[in-house]
Each structure stands twice: as structure tokens, then as C-alpha cells.
Write a protein that binds this ligand. Structure first.
Ligand SMILES: [Zn+2]
Ligand SMILES: [Zn+2]
Length: 582
């Protein structure tokens, strides 16, 4: 079992102790309930949407999110599935749109709680299966589906429709139930000439529109970008130019899930006679799985072990690396800091960062680029050369095309932050959707549809941030995070008092330990005064609240905090400890 999934065993144990699955009879009249569990609060959120009709539930996607920096020490955020756990017996299936982390990353944590059949395209299945293996989950049911397939889940049926995005094998979902036909297009873009696979099945989408689409769900990530995104093909041409002009080693950093782009690197390497070495665990994983399943076409003998990279002539090798976002410990970050075991940069090296910084990562990416320059490398990034990266999400004109083609009665923008959803909603109105038929969802909010129409209800199912931290799941909450922030910003001061149990008489001078607050050796005067304050505050607190009660310690904490604030202008976490001895 991979370390990052150590917590999964615990989840499995807990799930086993739960009551057996029961089918919950729906008391509500026949209506389709749509509930986003995640995906409508932030880009890169843990995407998950519930479709519930009577006793039938279908869950779409099960993503993971990487926490914002202020959630100190938290490894990842997973969807809050308490609503689904209570209705476990009603879940007919979980279906995945594509293999990106924000859509499949939580499967090892969530599947043991829900134990439902899972369906995805072959590449997505391969990526999910890899996670299940790493987590030691052997009893999951995972079935490969293809575009054009139709799955029946009680009263809900789902047809798979081919879309294009920055990873192959992406699905749009045509969801049918007695309340209507819903088209779910979470991550997609217009791409007439994909580097791998075929363009989206616009013919089928147009046919669905002919049937009458009740509501469209569409990708809001890039609603603030005008025009069309250029084709992924232009990157292949840019890679060719770089490979042609570069004499030394080439290191290309990109998202490891962008199989299409990896293929283009391989194509250029083949054309210009270079071998490829891979650096970074997730890149190895994606390349291995995509090769096994036949998505990547790599000429025999082209891949070389990263440990042998220095035995090759610099102009005969290119290195595919993770770390385009400046992630800590990632391959490119280690290279940029001179910490990589096999790659030391010099003036003859060219580093291509084939990605743009995801919001929130800008500082890390800037630091990364600075460090690469410091190591002397020639750096090509997307601000210097715009055609080494294109987005996998649709810009405004592409979004307009989707509206024009699908002609939905209702519109629900997804996959974006609040401002993206609002802008996408405005675009829908521009494109002919009636204003009252645009539904701006929030995670946990329930929308209801019947065959007459739909509305956003006032019902909200409770959704919390479920955080994974080491071996703990859900045990770190807002209070712990607040304490970590306080510790991180202001430090901690602990005072120790040893007193006589009978009368509270001090048996020794108070001890003080501080971390991250002040350098104690250079603050002897302050420490001396603090020790005195410990004594006097204890004497006062003891009078009022007794020798060692919660109230005594609270009163001391207040007094000491106030003293330290007056003396230093800082607010460390203060913990007074009182030990009584008989
Ligand atoms: Zn995606
Ligand atoms: Zn996504």
C-alpha cells in the first residue's frame, strides 16, 4: 500500500462496521434532484455531482483538491459524501467523465464508503485502477465503457458522448430520466485536430439537441478568456522548432496527465533523433499506463532510464519532467535547486515549461523560473513563447458554440469559482437562455426538475471540508487549522509551574519554553518579567478559581497573553501548564 493511502484501511474498517445497505424509499414526489457535492466553488475543486431520481442515485466524478496554502499541513481535500453514505443502498453507479485528479483523485478514499459499481472509459479506468492498486483495494467493480454506450440505472439512463480536453478519452454525459434530458459537459474544449484521438462528437450533440435538452452543464474555467483557444497542434510545431534549434539537452516540464502533449514531445524527439528520459513519479505512472493501454505511441528503444541520462550525448536526449507548477519536491523543482540526483543544469541546457501557472501557484512558478536562470539554463516558458501551452478548457467563443448547438432550456454553469459561474450565466442569457432559467449552484444546494421544468430549491445538504492529513481523515477541522495558523504566525509560549497539591505553594521557579515567538537567549529581560508574571497571575487565579482548575489556567492564559502583547505587540499561543505534587 502506497503511503499516501495509508488512511484507506481505516476508512475500510469504519465502513465495515456500518449497518448493511438499505434502500431508502423516497417520500418526495417524482422529481430529479441535482446536487453538486463539489466543483462549483473553485477551479480545481473536488468535482462530484449527484443525480437522484426517486430511489435511484448516480454519482458523477469523485475528484480530489489540493488545499489552499492557509490550510497548513493538510494533504488534500476530498468530497463530503455523508448525504450519499445515508443513501448507500440507492446508489446505482459512479461514472467518470475523464482521468484528471480533480475528477478521479478521491476514489480510494470514497469508494470504500459507498461500495458502488464504477464506470469509465479505458484510459480513465486504467488510471483509477492504478490508484486502487496503490491503496490496496481489491474488491472494487470498475467497468470500461465507450462513447455511444448507454447505461441504465433504474429510472436514470446515461449515454456517453465523446468530447475533447487535455487528456484523451473524455466523456460528456447525456443523462435521461422522466424529468428530461440533461447534457453534462464538465471539462471540454473545441479541438478539431487533437494530437491524440478524435474530435468531439458534435453530430451526436446536435442530435441530442434535436431531442430537446432540458439543461446544459458546461465548463466555466476560462469563461473570462475571449475568442477560441488555439489547437494543441501548435504546440507540436513549437516543440519541433525548439528541438531543431537546440544543441544541448532539452528538459520539458508539463502536467503528467497531458498525454496528448507527451505524445507531441515523443513525436518531436523521434523526428530529431533524441531519446526520452522520464523524471518524476507521476509522469512515469501516466506514461506507463497510457503506453500499456495503447494511448501513447512510443517507438521501441526510445525510452531510456533517467539514471543513464548522463551517458548520452546532450543533443541525443530530452527529459520529460514533472513540476511545471514549482511543486515542492517535484522533479523540476529539485533540478532548479541543484538537488536532482541525475540532472545537473548548465549553460547548454534548455528548460521548456509547457504549462501556465494555475491560480495560486504563481509565486512558486516565479521562484522556479528564477532558480532555473540562476543555474544558468536557457528557459522557455509560456510568457516568452505563447505557443508552448494551450488550455484544455473552452474560451468564450467555444462556450457560445456549445449554447448555439445544444439550445438548452436551463443552464447550470459548473467547474469554476463563483465569478466564473456568474459570467458563464450571463453568457448563457446572451445566447438565448431565459434569465430565470440560469441556475448558479453552490456545493450542497439542491436543484429539482420534473417534466414541466426546474427550480433551484432552498434546500442545502450539509457539506464540509473533509481534509486528509497523514493518517487522519476528517479529524482536522477549522479549529485545528486556526491553531496551526496562530502557531505559524505568532509562535507558542508554554509555561510550567510545579505546585503543592494541598495549598498551591510554588515548589520551583516557573519554566518557560517558546517556539517561533522570540529568541529566548536574547530576551532574558523579557523572560525574567514573564516568569514574574506567571507567579503573580497564578497567585491571583488561584485565589479565585482554585489550585489547578480549567478556570485557573484560563485566567493565567488571559493574563500572560495580555502581558506578552503589551511587551512585544505579538499574540503567541500561550499554554500554562500546572503540575501538582502531593
Ligand atoms: Zn480535466
Ligand atoms: Zn476538471
Amino acid at each position: 500500500v502506497d503511503n499516501k493511502y495509508a488512511v484507506v484501511q481505516q476508512i475500510q474498517e469504519q465502513a465495515k462496521q456500518q449497518a448493511p445497505q438499505q434502500i431508502l424509499l423516497s417520500s418526495a414526489s417524482r422529481k430529479l434532484r441535482i446536487i453538486p457535492i463539489g466543483g462549483v466553488s473553485d477551479i480545481g475543486d473536488r468535482n462530484m455531482t449527484v443525480f437522484e431520481y426517486g430511489e435511484d442515485i448516480v454519482v458523477i466524478d469523485c475528484g480530489i483538491a489540493f488545499p489552499p496554502r492557509e490550510m497548513l499541513g493538510v494533504d488534500s481535500l476530498i468530497p463530503d459524501v455523508s448525504y450519499l453514505e445515508q443513501r448507500k443502498g440507492n446508489i446505482r453507479g459512479m461514472i467518470f467523465t475523464h482521468g484528471h485528479e480533480d475528477h478521479i483523485g478521491s476514489v480510494p478514499y470514497i469508494w470504500p464508503k459507498l461500495v458502488c459499481p464504477m464506470y469509465a472509459t479505458p484510459l480513465t479506468c486504467g488510471l483509477i485502477q492504478h490508484k486502487l492498486n496503490e491503496a490496496g483495494i481489491t474488491d472494487a467493480s470498475l467497468t470500461a465503457v465507450q462513447e455511444g454506450d448507454r447505461l441504465h440505472f433504474g429510472q436514470i439512463s446515461i449515454e456517453m458522448v465523446r468530447l475533447t480536453h487535455s487528456i484523451p478519452d473524455v466523456l460528456g454525459l447525456a443523462i435521461r430520466c422522466p424529468a428530461g434530458l440533461f447534457f453534462y459537459a464538465t471539462d471540454w474544449r473545441l479541438e478539431h485536430t487533437p494530437a491524440l484521438g478524435q474530435p468531439a462528437d458534435w453530430t451526436r450533440i446536435a442530435q441530442l439537441a434535436g431531442e430537446g435538452i432540458t439543461a446544459l452543464f458546461s465548463d466555466s474555467t476560462n469563461v473570462d478568456r475571449a475568442g477560441y483557444s488555439p489547437s494543441e497542434r501548435i504546440i507540436g510545431e513549437a516543440f519541433d522548432r525548439i528541438f531543431q534549434e537546440t544543441k544541448g539537452r532539452i528538459i520539458i516540464a508539463q502536467f503528467s496527465s497531458q498525454i496528448n502533449r507527451i505524445q507531441q514531445v515523443i513525436n518531436s524527439a523521434k523526428k530529431f533523433g533524441r531519446k526520452i528520459a522520464i523524471s518524476g513519479r507521476s509522469m512515469e505512472t501516466y506514461v506507463t499506463i497510457a503506453m500499456q493501454l495503447g494511448y501513447l505511441r512510443v517507438p521501441d528503444g526510445m525510452l531510456v532510464d533517467i539514471r543513464k541520462v548522463n551517458t548520452l550525448e546532450p543533443n541525443r536526449v530530452a527529459i520529460l519532467s514533472t513540476g511545471s507548477q514549482g511543486e515542492e519536491f517535484s522533479s523540476l523543482t529539485r533540478i532548479s535547486e541543484g538537488e536532482h540526483r541525475h540532472i545537473k543544469l548548465d549553460k547548454s541546457d534548455t528548460v521548456v515549461i509547457s504549462a501556465s501557472a494555475i491560480p495560486g501557484n504563481e509565486d512558486a512558478v516565479n521562484r522556479l523560473i528564477d532558480n532555473l536562470y540562476r543555474e544558468g539554463a536557457n528557459v522557455i516558458h509560456s510568457k516568452l513563447m505563447t505557443d508552448i501551452h494551450v488550455s484544455g478548457h473552452p474560451s468564450r467563443d467555444e462556450l457560445k458554440l456549445m449554447f448555439a448547438l445544444t439550445q438548452p432550456r436551463y443552464f447550470i454553469p459548473i467547474h469554476g469559482g463563483y465569478h466564473n459561474l456568474i459570467e458563464h450565466g450571463k453568457l448563457a442569457i446572451e445566447m438565448g437562455v431565459e434569465e430565470q432559467n440560469v441556475m448558479i449552484m453552490e456545493n450542497g444546494r439542491v436543484a429539482e426538475f420534473d417534466n414541466r421544468g426546474g427550480k433551484l430549491t432552498d434546500e442545502r445538504i450539509p457539506i464540509e471540508d473533509v481534509m486528509i492529513d497523514g493518517l487522519g481523515i476528517g479529524d482536522v477541522g477549522p479549529i485545528v487549522i486556526r491553531e496551526r495558523q496562530l502557531l505559524g504566525n505568532e509562535g507558542i509560549v508554554t509555561t510550567f509551574l510545579v505546585v503543592k497539591q494541598s495549598n498551591g505553594e510554588l515548589l520551583a521557579s516557573p519554566d518557560i519554553i517558546s517556539r517561533g515567538f522570540i529568541y529566548m537567549r536574547e530576551a532574558e529581560d523579557l523572560m525574567h518579567k514573564l516568569r514574574e508574571e506567571v507567579k503573580t497571575s497564578y497567585a491571583r487565579a488561584k485565589e479565585q478559581h482554585g489550585i489547578n482548575s480549567d478556570e485557573t489556567r484560563q485566567a493565567m492564559r488571559d493574563a500572560l497573553s495580555q502581558f506578552l502583547f503589551q511587551a512585544t505587540g505579538r499574540n503567541p499561543l500561550v499554554i500554562p501548564v500546572i503540575t501538582t505534587i502531593a
